[in-house]
Write a protein that binds this ligand. Sequence first.
Ligand code: NOJ
Length: 576
Amino acid sequence: MKTRISLAALITMMLLVTFSCQQEKKSTIDKKWWKEAIVYQIYPRSFSDSDGDGIGDLKGIISKLDYIKSLGVDVVWLNPIYSSPNDDNGYDISDYRAIMKDFGTMEDFDALLKGMHERGIKVVMDVVVNHSSDEHEWFKQSRSSRTNPYRDYYHWWNADKGKPNFRYSLFDINHDAWKYDSLTDAYYLHYFSRKQPDLNWENPKLRQEVYAMMKFWADKGVDGFRLDAFQFAAKDTTFPKFPDGFEKDFMKYYAVGPHLHDYLQEMNKEVFSKYDVMSVAEGAGNSFEDAHNMVDADRSELNMAYAFDGVDIAKPQGYSVNHFKEVFSRWDSAFADKGWLSIFLANHDQARMVSRFGNDQPAFRDLSSKMLSTFIMTMRGTPYYYFGDELGMTNAGFEKIEDYRDMPSLNEYRHQKDIGGDIPKLLEQLKFSCRDNGRTPFQWDTTMNAGFSTGKPWIQVNRNYRTINQAQQEKDPNSCLNYFRKLTALRKSHPELVYGKYALLDKANDKVYAYTREFDGQTVVVLLNFSFTEAETTIPNDLKNATLLLSNYGNTAIPQGKTVTLRPYEAMVLKL
Ligand code: NOJ
């Protein structure tokens, strides 16, 4: 009897300890709205054109607010909408406090923000401050004389010191990041195009101007900032010589230069800490350490970053599913305890998700696109979902250079012509990877120009708009669009998909990506067949008593056991 009582007491004690541990575990999860959010990225130029000039605009977005709401997303990230001569479609800003004429007016912006907020959707703005446009007043002043007060807003190298050490430009026709300017007999630096001179972050006045500009938008009520190319903002301004061939290891020499973290901490103190805004950096530096230094909460820099390792995997000749799994698992484990990531497979700098990672042939487009969306919506990290992917929009695959609009691609074409390069090869590459593939107008319906514009679109509409469009998918309960809505609802109703621990299953399987997400005693199993054939996976969990939460096939039976045969591009989400 005595033993029995103490055994009962022991069990009670153990239960209490487990419970309090769980409580403790629960309370250590740092819940944030931006971790729970689903971000939908809109490329304004290509979403909806309200005035028939062939260019998408803010009023166009306003006219589609209910559609955006219907997707179940929480945040909209807008690519730059500021005044710009559009050398790089708005990533060359000539006035950070004004709206690009093509896109409308500040009143339109205010109405857009209001309309989003009325629907419970937050708005994230792109902040492009590694560089400005060469048509920005700061640069006009800066180049006017060596003694102008704005001279130090940019990086100048006086020619009397000789030629500066070579720096690689990503977008320049000759890839030379120094451009000679005879007006003051000096070179200015531009990591991107000649019309995108790099700002000098060592200058405290410039930094204060940037923070004031960000506050201007935060005061208007915007809910977050995406820092474009910011990992390149800090430079060693003595511009030392880099070893030969350094451009092949670009990031090592260019990313996270001296004082970058000081600048981010200052920006956090001056801007982020004063508002309930989210912050995300494009690029996560050169290592996990760099990334952690940017996003670990106790450092007060940014909320999250997005790394390119995942999207860089896709190649025209295909990619290894095991490589894909390895990259996403590695990034997850590096951030399992600290920091936060973004999950994405496409954006305006990538070709279309289904054409790169799935299979855009008619037989598999729909299935593989749903499967990839399932991946994005069931991984740990904040999902960034690119407009049009909810329809399974595909690469345009233009045949002729005249159809392309992307400045770096056109520069590369001219460069290859100049050096007698392999033009057919370049055109073949562009068909698969050019950013224009992801920038063609949103396909609303089967009317002229896919319902995007009554005028001539700035870039051709994908020829397949009569089969792939929102109006048709709206009516079909099994469409990619309606599947995406189920996915957003699923993520919203399952905290384990947001906060849950990720564990890779059946690691060596080269066709199936299987994993669990576990949180608070709840476990979800995700099974994704990345191939166009049937594929089998064996996992540690017996699924016969599981509940099927979602599947991209209409007639899916609960698997009976631990071995599951998945149909081509099949996606299943199950609850144990
Ligand atoms: C990254 C942006 O995403 C891209 O579109 C742009 O061309 C470069 N930064 C330069 O701003």
